[in-house]
Design a protein around this ligand. Structure first.
Ligand SMILES: Cc1ncc(COP(=O)(O)O)c(C=O)c1O
Length: 477
């Protein structure tokens, strides 16, 4: 399936024929210029897809000048190992200042208390998943040492990112899922309350969640966290670097940060709406004692007194430098300007969706919106739009598709193209040539009542992951 160019997953090996397949260590090196030319050709081809503005999320800045600037910055430090601070104190500057800027955005001053530890702080990780799994580790160890909880549980809205489950899987935490309200798409706080018990270490809310871009009732979750004395992690990986600008611009964005006393940690991705290069995120903690639970040190190793602040060991100084450079080169003024265009574009696109009575917006979205239909399987719309060069992200339970609006959509003509293509897509979906949409096979929900079906799907996903890392069939066997 994965090697079939017609597969909805795409062709995993489109370069095999053009450039050959390297299945053994090359005896001789190739001239640098030749290597560079080959890679430029591939990169140009791949960039041309999202540069149309028809691709949801993933390319948050999309500004080639900004990327070139960040790559220049990165190249100054990309060979530097941020673990070895004696030879790169620059990394300490970058990391401390990235965290300070993010803390400022999240109103951390509201959380400063008495004593040296009662001060918010942060760390830089490799991405949203690492920030989240680090938070799970922190809370597991905090509550193990402070309350002796040996069978920890976390309560997750069904819309929370799978990174929490991954953290739970890695660190032995039980996941208790609570459903979201089907209309608002937000977690029901009373359902969270019902699930809290003596083993609960953390509850979670998203600002906003990946499926629908909607923002959980963080204020009510914060009150609940205080009432039941559990941690509250706010997942701002997606929204953390855009929603605060939306609030300043006067959009209806509820408070989700350290202004709420029950919020104990926040993740926010510099490699998403922070417009940095891929490979950085921040994890912010309400106090310094909490951050210490992610540290690791082993003083007895023959190789020296090893210590590292999080999951990773060696890290590239280049990525830290480029995240820092993105933030200081844009400043509040630059981020506000970009955010204004993103919010305006998203609301214009949402109006286009609303103009079709057959389509239904999910909840009350802002920069990222999802839509579904009660009339037909929305993946028929997706099939048609795919043919017109659109790439949405697919949801299930219920089937829906989302557009996470980023800067490439703010270019002139993209909203108009969306309107022009969506109208015939709706017509197509009302009378499709085949009953089952092609893309539903991959992205749509499977019938949960069929015994063992999710295990079968998991098996297929594992096979896909194998294919993503292997040579094309017939090579290297
Ligand atoms: C809400 C949310 N949380 C966490 C993540 C995980 O981030 P990453 O893919 O950088 O690991 C994402 C990714 O899209 C997300 O949307």
């Amino acid at each position: 399936m994965a090697d079939d160019p017609q597969s909805p997953m795409g062709d995993l090996h489109p370069y095999a024929e053009r450039f050959g397949v390297i299945d053994a260590f090359p005896e001789k090196g190739r001239p640098r210029q030749e290597v560079l030319r080959e890679l430029q050709e591939i990169a140009r081809q791949e960039d041309s897809f999202w540069q149309t503005g028809q691709c949801s999320g993933t390319m948050y800045c999309g500004d080639t000048e900004h990327y070139a600037f960040l790559n220049d910055v990165c190249s100054l430090y990309s060979h530097v190992n941020a673990l070895q601070r004696d030879i790169c104190p620059s990394a300490t500057r970058f990391e401390g200042e990235i965290a300070a800027m993010a803390l400022d955005l999240m109103h951390a001053s509201a959380a400063v208390g008495e004593g040296p530890d009662a001060k918010p702080c942060g760390s830089v990780t490799s991405g949203g998943t690492e920030s989240i799994i680090t938070a799970v580790l922190m809370y597991r160890d905090k509550f193990r040492s402070e309350r002796g909880i040996s069978e920890p549980e976390m309560i997750l809205p069904t819309t929370a990112h799978p990174a929490f489950e991954k953290g739970a899987h890695l660190f032995g935490v039980k996941v208790v899922h609570v459903p979201v309200d089907p209309e608002s798409t937000l977690v029901e706080v009373d359902r969270v309350r019902e699930q809290i018990n003596d083993n609960t270490i953390m509850i979670v809310g998203s600002a906003g969640n990946y499926p629908y871009g909607t923002i959980d009732p963080i204020e009510a979750l914060s009150d609940l966290a205080l009432e039941r004395d559990v941690a509250l992690h706010v997942d701002g990986c997606l929204g953390g670097f855009i929603l605060p600008w939306g609030e300043q611009l006067g959009y209806e964005i509820p408070v989700f940060d350290f202004r709420l006393a029950g919020v104990t940690s926040i993740s926010a991705d510099t490699h998403k709406y922070g417009f940095g290069l891929k490979g950085t995120s921040v994890l912010l903690c309400r106090d310094r004692a909490l951050r210490r639970h992610q540290y690791f040190a082993t003083p007895e190793w023959p190789g020296g007194k090893y210590n590292s602040p999080g999951i990773a060991g060696s890290r590239s100084g280049g990525l830290l430098a480029s995240a820092w450079a993105s933030m200081v080169s844009l400043g509040r003024e630059g981020y506000l300007r970009y955010a204004k265009a993103i919010f305006e574009t998203s609301f214009e696109m949402q109006e286009v969706v609303k103009s079709h009575p057959e389509l239904k917006l999910m909840g009350k979205p802002t920069f990222c919106f999802s839509f579904s239909s009660d009339r037909f399987d929305i993946y028929h719309v997706n099939d048609f739009m795919k043919e017109r060069g659109w790439r949405f992200n697919g949801q299930q339970y219920p089937n829906a598709i989302h557009m996470c609006v980023t800067r490439p959509q703010t270019r002139p003509g993209v909203v108009e193209r969306f309107a022009e293509d969506l109208a015939p897509a709706v017509k197509y979906a009302l009378d499709p040539p085949n009953e089952t949409p092609i893309s539903a096979a991959i992205y749509g929900g499977v019938p949960t009542e069929v015994p063992g079906i999710q295990e079968m799907v998991k098996g297929a996903l594992f096979k896909y992951l194998d294919s993503c890392q292997d040579l094309p069939p017939g090579h290297g066997d």
